[in-house]
Design a protein around this ligand. Structure first.
Ligand SMILES: [Zn+2]
Length: 365
């Protein structure tokens, strides 16, 4: 039993919950609410699906929500409603400054100069409302561009130049910072990360999808729901796991539909949000796998050469074997040098089926 709250706080929370249910815009400047299952905070009138009451906490101002580890919602942008606060106005101005640069991004020092603050003050400002440092913020903008370029460029090399990074080393050095977990996060087995899950049927059998607020971090095939949930818990032993709530269900249905269209050979491009969590090397391999065009295959040696690690064929094969996101991270497109299938975490018949569907769909086009 949680300690009982004073009556006036309970009444205040009750009226705030009503404002959230009514999406009452007149309350936007009065408080924010945090959704524990997604890790974000919103203004009362946010158009996102209403969360479950149990997952909601109320805060008098954005800084209090951030202090609880929550980040501002990208959809309703709660901070925009608090711009009469000079600190928040400054923060938003700096964020826009970063986003406005199409080719190269300013560094923390440039931001500090623009803000007429020292690095320490700037750090505190970003942490106070966004829970991240200015460097993390710049990195997140950079990686958003890299992810976009990776999805829309023909090859990793194109993506590097599209994202204005200049060299593959630059991309791969930066990748682990936001495309994957930090080494500390990785070692802790997903501690503090909330993952919601649901299962559904595909032509390749029962599948379970697990997702963080950033995207899909787990997609695997299995015999039954219990076995799949045990796999998920084994992959993320310290994460907070929960079944998807009603709000996430529509996203899940859309993902399952896209996945089934793809597995049926009707939709080669499968562009779903991913949250790749692994070591720097694993994330590098998985991003490379995502760049292999639909309907084509490469050998482990070719793949190793493509990521500038020609002597790391064995490590590459092991990163493929550790892939947690079947199909979306297409490790099935890597074969043995002699054309043999090699291994597949979810069984060779599934690998064979995936390759066959892609080949015949490509031939039809
Ligand atoms: Zn929101």
């Amino acid at each position: 039993m949680p300690p009982s709250k004073p009556v006036e706080i309970e009444m205040r929370d009750e009226s705030r919950w009503q404002a959230v249910q009514q999406r009452d815009a007149s309350m936007d400047r009065r408080f924010v609410y945090g959704v524990l299952s997604t890790g974000v905070y919103c203004r009362p009138s946010c158009a996102a699906r209403r969360p479950l009451r149990d997952n909601v906490r109320f805060f008098d101002e954005p800084a209090a929500a951030a202090a609880a580890g929550l980040r501002p919602c990208k959809r309703c942008r709660p901070l925009e409603h608090w711009q009469d606060d000079p600190e928040i106005a400054l923060l938003l101005r700096l964020c826009r400054l970063v986003e406005a640069e199409p080719d190269r991004l300013p560094d923390g020092a440039a931001l500090a100069r623009a803000a007429k603050r020292d690095a320490f003050q700037l750090n505190r400002l970003f942490k106070r409302y966004l829970t991240i440092t200015p460097g993390d913020y710049i990195e997140s903008v950079r990686m958003r561009r890299v992810r976009h370029a990776l999805r829309h460029s023909a090859s990793v090399t194109d993506a590097i130049y599209d994202a204005g990074l200049g060299s593959s080393r630059g991309l791969y050095e930066r990748a682990p910072a936001s495309l994957g977990m930090t080494p500390r996060e990785y070692r802790s087995g997903g501690e503090g990360v909330a993952i919601s899950h649901a299962t559904g049927n595909t032509p390749l059998g029962l599948t379970c999808i697990g997702a963080t607020d950033r995207g899909i971090c787990f997609l695997q095939f299995g015999e039954d729901r219990e076995a799949l949930l045990a796999l998920l818990a084994g992959e993320f032993p310290h994460a907070r796991l929960a079944p998807m709530d009603a709000a996430a269900q529509s996203a899940f249905d859309a993902w399952m539909h896209a996945l089934n269209e793809h597995l049926g050979g009707r939709a080669p491009d499968l562009d779903l949000p991913l949250d790749l969590r692994g070591t720097a090397f694993q994330v590098r391999v998985w991003n490379y796998l995502r760049s292999i065009p639909y309907g084509t295959v490469v050998s482990y040696a070719e793949a190793a050469a493509a990521i500038d690690a020609p002597r790391a064929t064995r490590a590459l094969a092991s990163a493929c074997a550790r892939n947690r996101i079947a199909v979306l991270v297409p490790c099935h497109r890597v074969l043995r040098g002699d054309g043999g299938l090699g291994g597949y975490r979810w069984g060779l018949p599934r690998k064979r089926a995936l390759i066959d569907v892609e080949r015949s769909a490509t031939r039809r086009r």
